[in-house]
Design a protein around this ligand. Sequence first.
Ligand code: G4P
Length: 526
Amino acid sequence: MSLVQEIDKRRTFGIISHPDAGKTTLTEKLLLFGGAIQKAGAVKSNKIDMHARSDWMDIEKQRGISVATSVMAFEYEGRRINLLDTPGHQDFAEDTYRTLTAVDSVIMVIDCVKGVEIQTEKLMEVCRMRSTPVISFINKLDREGRDPYDLLDEIEGKLGINVHPLSWPIGMGKTFKGVYSLYDKSLRLFQASRQQLHEEATQIEDINSSELEDYIGEKDAAQLREDVELLSDLYGDLDVDDYLNGDVAPVFFGSAVNNFGVKELLDTFLNISPRPKGRMLDEKSIEPEYKDFTGFVFKIHANMDPKHRNRIAFLRICSGKFERGLNYYHTRQDKKFRISQATAFMAQDKETIDEAYPGDIIGLYDTGNFKIGDTLTLGEKGMYRGIPSFSPEIFREVINKDAMKTKQLEKGLSQLMDEGVAQLFNFELGSRKAVGVVGQLQFEVIQHRLKNEYGATVEFAPMQLFKACWISAEDENKLNEFIKSKQRHIARDKDGKLVFMAESKAWLQMVQDNFPDIQFHFTSEF
Ligand code: G4P
């Protein structure tokens, strides 16, 4: 197969949702329909196996959340699908944001009872920033949920994206009879079943045909005709380009746990979703067809076994072909690396691969050479952009409780930061270190892992900090003046970039007013 054919074949996407909306269930059902797994429960039980093998992940087990983002690849209908799962828990939002940089589109699961929830709003903001195409799956139609028109309004209002329903529910909850596909004009009748895997569609081209009554009865047929007419007036036909540009989100209705609406979603997704897209390497746009390999690391996963420190770096291939055994250029370190082993993530098994293509995610064994955002190429010398750090929300000072283990602490902190567990800010004055996180739970993970994996004991002391702002100025003298006058509040991030540590919102505003020549940024890429 040529490079272009390999690219055309691939679809790389992420599933996002507020916790409990049904992301894990939908993921599992997509894998079942795709033939990648044979029995329900496999995705969840895999999670439990992982926990059993790891001490530090006990925290995760206890709280029933998924810290890790996993990648599952499978072949379906001639396509290679790379599905990236994301942690739903808000404390690990940064991990999810980074994963979204590695996908070309997103499926967003919404609970029809709860509607749009806060975490979905935040994730959608990230999708919007990157114009990522989004398909929405409204789940749990077997329960008494909200009116579908209200749900569509809420998605438009709260998520700031136009919707376009491609299927429409007939009834809901106890009276849920199925969905009518506005996309391929077929009727799918609902049967509550956690086991059965077929989803039969009956073609009903003409919604006015009396056949409809035979399937769903007079009352529902009349309602459906009314709905379909209204929807067609409101939305017309989907312009797939509007979806591909991230302007319109097609919407499906179903019930993941009952295997309902999942095949329809998967089949339509394969028809309309984007092939792997190009990305910006510094100022240059690199298309996937570009002959030389390029890719970037968006996630680093620590080995489950604390005795072995090696990690897996997850790399998204952006262009060209990956071949095992070649020497790749590591831009940040300005040196070449031979990559003799790489893995693909086929459903739940890891397997060694010899080659991979744009859109694929490969796992590289890492002994400390990679950081999130690192770029590997076969000659190009730039860095992929677009994995910014966001200002954390909570800060604590790191207190070393065992002076004998200072070295281990330094090493542990640095490695955990490379993995993107949290952000470390080193104050310019003195040796104070602030750890910034999105959610409280990350402090526990860090404390636990430092102890278990590095033997270092730390405590975290509260800090009165509001935001970390990356600073820049056109005039270097002005920047230096600012640094001098605010020395106590200046720190460096993991890449040595200058950061102003603002103590409160009001104070930050005052400083901004007093220093108009300084730019304050809330993300590390500006
Ligand atoms: P998440 O990954 O987004 O956090 O959600 P997950 O799939 O774990 O689903 C959360 C709960 O919602 C699960 O129930 C799951 O079975 C249920 N669920 C998923 N899809 C549907 C659906 O279409 N209809 C209904 N009624 N429920 C659905 P649980 O009680 O936590 O687990 P379980 O014991 O049912 O597996």
